[in-house]
Design a binder for this molecule. Structure first.
Ligand SMILES: *Cc1c(COP(=O)(O)O)cnc(C)c1O
Length: 404
């Protein structure tokens, strides 16, 4: 059997089932307005929540980083790939999220893979042991893949219904008398398809009640949630009460790449010794590290950037509803606009691109059947004029397609 034939048959199936992912190349930097196919359009599909991707101070920091520390380090961290700026960034993130220590990874995907496998697969002095992980049904692929690396003989995995603390407690209570070594509750801080926040205060309480370790992946929340952008613990007033926080440096904080795990001194030192994606994969490049340092500095000094993001989000949520669109309620800059059928979401996103708005649709199997949607992502990089221009396009296209 020719591999090429198998691949092209599968590609044809994807196209036919309308789940093929087309890539539209941007001709400019990531920003509030971008150019595609020679036309300027309003960007409503990026994770560039704070506009850091193309911020003059961040670009300058990256260039200065290259000048001073070079383009790359050509090493993993423990050989010769640790520069003073790597240590500085780890300290800065710890301070920002209220944790004792932090370890950098090349991405949050790698951080999550590193965390779960390293915690569960080592004996840590036990001859026989079992760990249990309780995982939200809608957790990100990297949390799921991280858990796939945990040995099945020693790790039990239990899925609880999305954000359902009642269901989670039922599972925890049922396991109360079992002799687990670690009990880990794992959740996204913000769920990317729904734009909703994990019920963090309840999860903190449950973790304490059942002596479980609480793991929160705050990738869509770092720089976004809470008055000072410190993430979901900031939003819920539980800073310092989450045992393990992971996140990406590829969304609000710069938008390039990088990930981290923050937690206790002992956990982080242990991950430095044992985590495979940390030990066997290259160190983050200096321009990224330098830009992330500048990004956290900017965030800590100037709250108006997060403030602008929150204002833009509230404005867009109110106005799009006013136009007659059904959205999932919430406060996050991810605003799902519910349409129902996949074909409608596809037609709407093409029509919007023609009308000057870049926005992507989500449909089965990424979201349940019949719940196809467009996902708007609001940014501090958008001006009021950009938002109004987008809303006008929504009004026009919504009428034309008979949605509003
Ligand atoms: C985006 C995202 C990731 C992946 O982050 P990378 O740094 O791009 O690997 C991981 N977890 C969640 C919850 C995300 O939203």
């Amino acid at each position: 059997m020719d591999a090429r034939d198998l691949f092209s048959a599968e590609l044809a199936r994807l196209e036919e089932s309308k789940t093929f992912k087309y890539e539209t190349a941007l001709q400019t930097a990531q920003a509030g307005l971008v150019k595609v196919g020679g036309r300027k359009v309003v960007m409503l599909a990026s994770n560039n929540y704070l506009g850091m991707s193309n911020h003059p101070a961040i670009k300058k920091a990256a260039v200065d980083g290259i000048r001073k520390y070079g383009y790359g380090v050509a090493s993993v961290r423990f050989l010769c790939g640790t520069q003073t700026i790597h240590v500085e960034l780890e300290k800065k993130i710890s301070k920002f999220v209220g944790a004792e220590d932090t370890i950098l990874f090349s991405s949050c995907f790698a951080a999550n893979e590193g965390f779960f496998a390293t915690i569960t697969n080592e004996k840590l002095g036990f001859d026989n042991y079992k760990d249990v992980i309780y995982s939200d049904r809608l957790n990100h692929a990297s949390i799921i893949d991280g858990q796939r690396l945990c040995r099945t003989e020693t790790t039990e995995k239990k899925i609880y219904n999305h954000a359902d603390v009642g269901h989670l407690e039922q599972l925890l209570r049922g396991d109360q008398n079992k002799d687990y070594r670690f009990r880990i509750i794992a959740t996204d801080g913000v769920f990317s398809m729904e734009g909703d926040l994990a019920p963090l205060s309840d999860l903190v309480a449950l973790a304490q009640k059942y002596t479980a370790m609480l793991f929160v992946d705050d990738s869509h929340a770092i720089g976004v949630c809470g008055k000072s952008g410190r993430g979901t613990p900031d939003h819920f007033g539980v800073l310092g009460n989450v045992d393990v926080l992971t996140g990406t440096l590829g969304k609000a904080v710069g938008g390039a790449s990088g990930g981290y795990v923050s937690g206790s001194k002992e956990l982080i030192s242990y991950l430095r010794q044992k985590s495979r994606p940390y030990t066997f994969s290259n160190s983050l490049p200096p321009p990224i590290v330098a830009a992330c340092l500048a990004s956290f500095d900017l965030l800590s000094k100037d709250r108006s950037i997060v403030g602008k993001l929150h204002d833009n989000t509230a404005y867009f949520r109110k106005e799009i509803k006013g136009l007659g669109f059904a959205i999932l309620e919430g406060t996050h800059p991810i605003v799902p606009i519910m349409l129902g059928e996949a074909s409608l979401a596809q037609d709407m996103s093409s029509a919007l691109l023609k009308a000057g708005v870049y926005i992507k649709g989500l449909w089965f199997p990424v979201v349940p059947r019949g719940e196809a949607r467009l996902r708007a992502q609001i940014s501090a990089a958008l001006t009021k004029k950009d938002l109004d221009r987008a809303l006008e396009a929504f009004q026009k296209v919504g009428k034309k397609l008979g949605i509003t």
